[in-house]
Design a binder for this molecule. Structure first.
Ligand SMILES: Nc1ncnc2c1ncn2[C@@H]1O[C@H](COP(=O)(O)OP(=O)(O)O)[C@@H](O)[C@H]1O
Ligand SMILES: [Mg+2]
Length: 287
């Protein structure tokens, strides 16, 4: 199924557009394989203002799917629709659908907590709870109640190892998480997400609060996470997108509303963008 795109023709295309109603160059093939996560015609409004319109995306298993675009285009809002965090924000209304393994995440019988265990999220600033490192890691596992208490230490170790934090904290598990550096706290938040064995990990500018060394550590992790998860990564950092993303979607604002302007494999979108709004963003708006 082709991905519907908002097409903003370039000046060079303008003449041709009148005669060619379906510019095939702007209709790249969907990412290979069956989608793990699919966004269908998603529209989000805050009160009476539409902030995101007609978003269609397909995220494949074992893929890092990058979301780029100017501030205010709706990237964070889109992420929050993928695991239904948006419904915790009063005034936001969501139309369209999001499918995880072919099943709507908005199905009435789906428990949002179970969904958020399968589609975890990492924010710009690490959000550690005011308790120990250990209790932070097992927070989700404990809340969901699916893993017996005797297995929590094993789940914690596995998650901390996967988040490349085990060696740094294995002798300090009972210490307050707040004593960790910001970079370690971000990996702790990742471990907390990984402990519930998610299918998809959403990351909203996860390195923007980190120094270059911690950023490099998180980028390395993102690439490694692909072996077992899909990652949807919002980033303003184009070199970072190039280093870690397989596929990209660029959200831009048209008439005050965020839309997917273009989606393509990473190199194609960054090196040969087809839509004028993306060209402009990469030229002037990107970090
Ligand atoms: N809860 C909300 N109420 C009103 N407007 C919102 C709300 N959340 C986001 N917005 C608006 O939606 C637009 C997209 O925001 P956001 O998703 O944060 O963009 P991005 O992450 O791309 O910078 C912005 O104009 C923002 O002000
Ligand atoms: Mg944002």
């Amino acid at each position: 199924m082709p991905i519907p795109l908002t097409i903003l023709p370039t000046a060079d295309d303008a003449a041709g557009a009148a005669t060619d109603a379906s510019p095939a160059f702007c209709q790249p093939a969907p990412p290979p394989g069956e989608p793990l996560l699919e966004v269908r015609d998603l529209t989000v409004a805050a009160g009476r203002r539409t902030i995101l319109r007609g978003v269609n995306l397909r995220v494949a298993p074992n893929q890092v799917f990058g979301l780029i675009g100017p501030s205010g285009a709706g990237k964070s809002t889109l992420l929050k629709c993928l695991n239904r965090l948006a419904e915790l924000t009063p005034g936001l209304t969501v139309a369209g659908d999001v499918l995880l393994r072919g099943r709507s995440v908005y199905a009435a019988d789906l428990n949002p907590d179970d969904l958020r265990a399968r589609v975890g999220i990492l924010f710009q600033q690490p959000v550690v709870f005011p308790t120990t490192i250990y209790k932070n890691v097992v927070f989700g596992v404990r809340h969901l109640g699916a893993v017996p208490r005797r297995d929590w230490p094993e789940a914690a170790e596995r998650a901390l190892r996967e988040a490349a934090l085990w060696d740094e904290v294995k002798d300090r598990l009972r210490e307050p998480a707040a004593r960790l550096s910001v970079g370690q706290q971000q990996r702790l938040c990742l471990a907390r997400t990984l402990a519930t064995e998610p299918d998809v990990i959403l990351m909203d500018e996860p390195t923007s609060a980190l120094d270059p060394r911690s950023t490099a550590a998180v980028e390395e992790l993102i690439v490694r996470l692909k072996a077992r998860h899909a990652v949807v990564l919002v980033t303003h950092n184009i070199p970072q997108a190039r280093r870690v993303a397989d596929w990209l979607a660029c959200l831009c604002v048209t008439d005050g509303v965020g839309e997917v302007s273009e989606t393509a494999c990473c190199d194609q979108l960054l090196d040969r963008p087809q839509c004028q709004a993306v060209v402009e963003y990469l030229k002037h708006g990107a970090a």
